[in-house]
Design a protein around this ligand. Structure first.
Ligand SMILES: NC(=O)C1=CN([C@@H]2O[C@H](COP(=O)(O)OP(=O)(O)OC[C@H]3O[C@@H](n4cnc5c(N)ncnc54)[C@H](OP(=O)(O)O)[C@@H]3O)[C@@H](O)[C@H]2O)C=CC1
Ligand SMILES: Nc1nc(=O)c2c([nH]1)NC[C@@H]1CN(c3ccc(C(=O)N[C@@H](CCC(=O)O)C(=O)O)cc3)C=[N+]21
Ligand SMILES: [Mg+2]
Length: 286
């Protein structure tokens, strides 16, 4: 059986480090690192994530501000709010929950965020910094995946990795971090040929396709490490059940190490969001 990479436990360790950094910043500089989360619309899954983020921030002694705007909010109103948060010295990190309602332009919103407060690492300036290996605010989900991978592979050099998915928020920044760690990286997506055999040759598979149980045991080399980013909400007898992109039961019998869903990458993402908020707060010290 594969070793279980417990994201709940590992994130609790990270959050403890966050809490002591918060205490230090309070004692030395009299600041309370503060995260502002903006949610537009009433998507229930987004509400769960946002609530979790705010809860964890408060547990770590950080400040948090939640802005809930109704689904019909205009681009101008949203831009004004971001402008206000950009200029508020009490706010160190800004996260605008994605996806936005379709009448809003996500690229424009992301570009409006002060790059120094962009704790998602989605601003073009931060994307460029990551691509050229001098990032300070690294996207939270890939950052969390790297912490998990380091548990198994303290040295990632030379590992063959397949990342399934090429989104701006997960797949692409994940590939950039792995490349920086001297992995040999293949990015697979919906048009990739022979995806199953590509994965079966990999030492590490990172699954971020958003397709429930896309990856089964036939795709995995015995002993490989499998990181499951996917969060797919499935309705089972009227109850909401979370499934990853990996068929956990069967893959766990083949893999060397595997992350569960829930309790894997999700909690690490939130922990890294708070790490980024601390980092941003430090960089904003006059
Ligand atoms: N745990 C966490 O903290 C987080 C989890 N997530 C979850 O991760 C998953 C991915 O999120 P995100 O990157 O935003 O999703 P997107 O929908 O933006 O991207 C999905 C990617 O997967 C590719 N893909 C889709 N179907 C297949 C397939 N059958 N075979 C191979 N590739 C495929 C797509 O290819 P193409 O480009 O060709 O369309 C695309 O590149 C989702 O389940 C999401 O909920 C996301 C963020 C954080
Ligand atoms: N600007 C922006 N930044 C994001 O980082 C961002 C976003 N938008 N939009 C949506 C995705 C998704 N995402 C998750 C974070 C935590 C869990 C998480 O904690 N999941 C728990 C389960 C939570 C549940 O019960 O639904 C777990 O996996 O154990 C899941 C998903 C961040 N995202
Ligand atoms: Mg997307």
């Amino acid at each position: 059986m594969a070793q279980l990479l417990d994201g709940k436990q590992l994130s609790a360790q990270v959050l403890q480090e966050v809490a002591s950094e918060v205490e230090l910043l309070r004692a030395e500089y009299g600041i309370v690192p503060t995260l502002a989360v903006v949610l537009v619309g009433e998507d229930p899954a987004s509400q769960v994530y946002v609530r979790n983020k705010v809860k964890r921030a408060e547990e770590a002694g950080m400040g948090s501000i939640e802005h809930r705007l109704d689904a019909g909010t205009t681009q101008d109103t949203l831009n004004e709010l971001i402008d206000h948060l950009n200029n508020d010295p009490q706010v160190h990190g800004i996260l605008v929950q994605l996806p936005l309602p379709s009448h809003l332009n996500e690229d424009e919103v992301i570009a409006a965020i002060n790059p120094a407060k962009d704790v998602d690492g989605f601003h073009p300036l931060n994307v460029g910094a990551l691509a050229s290996g001098r990032a300070s605010l690294v996207p939270c989900t890939p950052q969390g995946c790297m912490i998990m991978l380091r548990q198994i592979h303290p040295d990632l050099s030379g590992q063959n990795v397949v990342v399934v998915g090429r989104s701006n928020i997960v797949g692409k920044p994940m590939a950039a971090l792995l490349l920086q760690a001297d992995c040999t990286v293949t990015i697979a997506h919906s048009r990739t040929k022979n995806i199953e055999s590509l994965c079966r040759n990999a030492d590490i598979v990172v699954a971020a396709a958003g397709r429930a149980e896309l990856i089964n045991a036939d795709w995995i080399k015995p002993g490989a490490t499998v990181i499951d980013v996917g969060i797919n909400a499935i309705d089972v007898d009227g109850k909401r059940k979370l499934m990853g992109d990996v068929a956990f039961e069967s893959v766990a019998r083949i893999a060397g190490a595997i992350t569960p869903v829930p309790g894997g990458v999700g909690p690490m993402t939130i922990a890294c969001l708070l790490l980024n908020t601390i980092r941003a707060a430090k960089d904003q010290l006059s």
